[in-house]
Ligand binder design. Structure first.
Ligand code: PLP
Length: 402
């Protein structure tokens, strides 16, 4: 069947849209419902990627849609020159959920949340009269695409074309305590880490590493910034993935799932650190506007009422069990990574793109990272039946002779 709507979209995209995403998966969606997206090709897709950890309530969630429509009918935006009830309400809720947080600030994206965290860490020491510029992050990390966030991102391929980059950013091997110890000093304002590296291939930090990092920060006086942009919002079976450990980050960043699809990011910081921002030091036009914050409030309400954090944990376990069975029967999976509903499937052959494409043809949306990792980040509303049908087809695909 020729999908003329898709064909037209591809034509316009290649003519008019900057080519940063390369050859995209050939589908255009018209509608979503729950775990599914419907394409202009007439096909139904089981969404196991959830817009890359964004659509945590799935598609067309009733409460979220109603909150958005109701807010849009009142007013969408004013300005941060005025008090915004929805913003204050969402800040209160997130500060109360986040251990160690005293205040919040809203942004429009993850990169901007990290950008804000970096500025906050630097200004914190500047205001104390002893500037400490150095930011330490990990190799293979991902913190976003704005200039400072991309500099913190430990992947040189994202750096080179954009030099000169902001100064005093250093990268150390992930999970290497000695390397971090060797780099952290009195010139360091912050150590910035993901609990599980998402774009880096679903690689988890060890408990020892995270606790050592917290200690190193305490000893040197550096702030600990935890990037929960992909891992947060309940995905790993705790609201924040750092809650699996004895960690008290000075600054925590959120984005992806927070608005359930509406762009919003958030920086949470201890009271002491938050106070380093004074009027005029930072700002945003759109960040924390009534529409985005209404979405955040609806998402938090739904997570609580439907117990989605515990469900993410249980469904994550069930997903793993099913994948382990495939691992045993086909030997085509060598490792299952991640935690809760943040899952990396390491394949025995470098054919992740091919497997992803085959899954797509069968009606499943997942993502591949590098040559041999499949990434699964489903909405937290996923049910056993979705896991079962996916695993059955994945087993079939992996079992086929190539
Ligand atoms: C996606 C992501 C970001 C960047 O978020 P954007 O909204 O794309 O700017 C930063 N950190 C982590 C861990 C992410 O997964």
């Amino acid at each position: 069947m020729v999908d003329s709507k898709l064909k037209k979209a591809i034509g316009k995209d290649s003519k008019y849209y900057m080519n940063t995403f390369g050859k995209r998966t050939p589908v255009c969606f018209t509608e979503g419902k729950g775990m599914f997206l419907f394409g202009t090709d007439g096909k139904k897709y089981l969404d196991l990627l959830g817009g890359i950890a964004v659509n945590i309530l799935g598609h067309k969630n009733k409460e979220l849609t109603e909150a958005l429509c109701s807010q849009a009918k009142k007013y969408i935006h004013c300005s941060n020159l005025y008090y915004i009830k929805e913003q204050a309400d969402l800040a209160e809720k997130l500060v109360n959920i986040c251990p160690n947080a005293g205040k919040a600030f809203f942004t429009n994206s993850g990169a901007e949340a990290n950008e804000t965290a970096i500025k906050l860490a630097r200004i914190h020491f500047y205001k104390q009269g002893s500037p400490r510029p150095k930011i330490i992050s990990a190799n293979n990390s991902f913190h976003g695409r704005t200039l400072a966030a991309v500099t913190a991102t430990g992947q040189p391929k994202y750096h080179l074309p954009f030099e000169p980059l902001p100064k005093e950013f250093v990268h150390v091997p992930y999970n290497d305590i000695q390397a971090l110890k060797g780099e952290a000093d009195k010139n360091t304002c912050a150590v910035m880490l993901e609990i599980i590296q998402g774009e880096g291939g679903i690689v988890s930090a060890t408990k020892e590493y995270l606790e050592a990092a917290a200690n190193i920060c305490r000893q040197t006086g550096a702030l600990l910034i935890i990037d929960e942009i992909q891992t947060g919002m309940g995905r790993t079976g705790k609201f924040f993935s750092f809650e699996h450990f004895k960690l008290k980050p000075d600054i925590t960043t959120l984005a992806k799932g927070l608005g359930g699809g509406v762009p919003i990011g958030c920086v949470l910081a201890s009271n002491e650190v938050s106070q380093s921002f004074s009027p005029g030091d930072h700002g945003t036009t759109f960040g924390g506007n009534p529409l985005a914050c209404s979405a955040g409030l609806a998402v938090l309400e739904k997570i609580k009422n439907s117990d989605l954090v515990n469900k993410a944990s249980a469904m994550g376990d069930y997903f793993r069990e099913n994948l382990e069975n495939i691992m045993q029967t086909t030997k085509k999976i060598t490792q299952i990574r991640g935690r809760g509903l943040m899952i990396g499937i390491k394949l025995s052959e470098p054919n992740a793109v091919k497997v992803k494409d085959e899954l797509f043809r069968k009606g499943y949306l997942v993502n591949s990272i590098g040559d041999d990792i499949l990434r699964v980040l489903p909405p937290l509303i996923i049910k056993k039946v979705h896991i079962e049908v996916f695993c059955k087809d994945l087993e079939k695909i992996l079992g086929e002779k190539k």
